[in-house]
Design a protein around this ligand. Structure first.
Ligand SMILES: *Cc1c(COP(=O)(O)O)cnc(C)c1O
Length: 413
């Protein structure tokens, strides 16, 4: 591409930073559950001439001229999404997952209405009603929590809470819950209280596309998703909904919340969806789950505690309380060894969110690079070695060498 040669000439300082980041990504094992490696094709579409074009509105109904090609790009992305997810309507314009969720709020509830989602500290997302988010300030939030005995979602408890608070919008979806969701159970609760059901599948969209997780589409009124997590596309989002809600959702995105769509992102979403329709994507999705389960087995065998006891998706939550080490210090030590994860609250954490008791791990990024169960079992061994050493410098240095060595055999896309 053109910019690859022009950037180092025109802006060597920025080009050097990009080069350094590329090397960092190449030489480390990325276990952040929300991250992935987008293909060169996706990144080319992102960096294309479509960034030059303004196109407020929707295909066939724009406020700017010159949309002959852009309309086809957006229609292609929409058609591919409808096909893969079997959705009646799709909007590919939200700038990211958080604005997509805000658009769903705008479409279905008025400020002050009650909304019910999963508590952030129990695995929900900021935009599901955290007090730090606009959603927790403009709406009255009643969060549901995990069952304290099992660490699992208990649908009877959610139902009881829903009947008590009567939310005008029910949200299912998570950023840190390692189990499958029972969308039929959520649908039943939504019907009982007469509220629309929003499923936020940001984390699991790729698993759903690849057939490795049940689809929420038949059950939800509206489904939001990011496109850059397990779906492996550009940073962006989509909203899918039943035909009856199409106009409400479209108006909420534009002109409700946004101006012109990022056409370069739309093009890259189309590419990612084309990739997701290939047979090897189903293999990848299945392997994400197998790899996360292998990592979980390796950790359990070494005496680690996992929230819910394991995983049936792409992520794991280690509860470090029994190991007597805080999450932040462990995440920093792992990072120094090239094992990049994030510290995370565990349910009923007695430590603050800035320094919680857990670590979240995910398989998608390294599955994309070709890691299998063998490599994920090796990661469990490395994590254990570092934790068992009490975060000893020499051990971290030794593991770091082995990590870089393994990365060399699994090139970045
Ligand atoms: C990541 C995530 C989002 C937000 O996506 P951004 O693109 O970071 O704004 C929303 N919901 C859930 C469940 C997520 O995991």
């Amino acid at each position: 591409m053109q910019f690859l040669s022009s950037l180092p000439m025109f802006d060597p300082a920025l080009a050097a930073l990009l080069q350094a980041e590329e090397e960092k990504q190449r030489d480390s094992i990325r276990l952040i559950a929300s991250e992935n490696f987008a293909s060169a094709a996706v990144r080319e579409a992102c960096g294309s001439v479509l960034t030059n074009k303004y196109s407020e509105g929707y295909p066939g109904a724009r406020y700017y001229e010159g949309q002959q090609i852009v309309d086809q790009v957006e229609r292609l992305a929409m058609a591919r999404a409808r096909l893969i997810f079997n959705a009646e309507h799709v909007n590919v314009q939200p700038y990211s997952g958080s604005p997509a969720n805000l658009a769903a709020y705008l479409a279905f509830v008025r400020p002050g209405d009650t909304v019910m989602g999963m508590r952030l500290a129990h695995g929900g997302h900021l935009t599901h009603g955290s007090r730090a988010s606009i959603t927790g300030k403009y709406w009255n939030i009643a969060s549901y929590e995990l069952d304290p005995h099992t660490g699992l979602l208990d649908y009877d408890l959610i139902r009881t809470k829903a009947l008590q608070h009567r939310p005008k919008l029910l949200i299912a979806g998570h950023s840190a819950y390692p189990r499958q969701l029972d969308f039929a159970a959520f649908r039943k609760i939504a019907d009982e209280i007469g509220a629309p059901l929003l499923v936020d599948m940001a984390h699991i969209a790729g698993l759903v596309a690849g057939g490795a997780h049940p689809s929420p589409i038949p059950y939800a009124d509206v489904v939001t998703t990011t496109t850059h997590k397990t779906l492996r596309g550009p940073r962006g989002a989509m909203i899918m909904c039943r035909a009856e809600h199409a106009s409400k959702i479209d108006k909420a995105v534009f002109p409700g919340l946004q101006g012109g769509p990022h056409n370069n992102t739309t093009a890259a979403i189309a590419v990612a969806l084309h990739e997701a329709a290939q047979p090897d994507f189903a293999e990848y999705a299945k392997q994400c789950v197998l790899n996360a389960q292998a990592l979980g087995r390796g950790l359990l065998e070494r005496g680690f505690t996992l929230v819910t006891g394991g995983t049936d998706n792409h992520l794991l939550l280690i509860d470090l309380r029994k190991k007597g080490l805080p999450g932040k210090a462990v995440a920093e030590a792992l990072d120094r060894a090239g094992l990049v994860a994030n510290y995370n609250s565990v349910p009923w954490d007695d430590r603050p969110p800035q320094d919680p008791s857990g670590i979240r791990l995910g398989s998608p990024a390294m599955t994309t690079r070709g890691f299998g169960e063998k490599e994920f079992l090796q990661i469990a061994e490395w994590i254990d070695r570092i934790v068992a050493s009490g975060l000893d410098d020499v051990t971290i240095f030794q593991v770091g060498g082995e990590v870089r060595e393994l990365c060399r055999s699994f090139p970045m896309p």
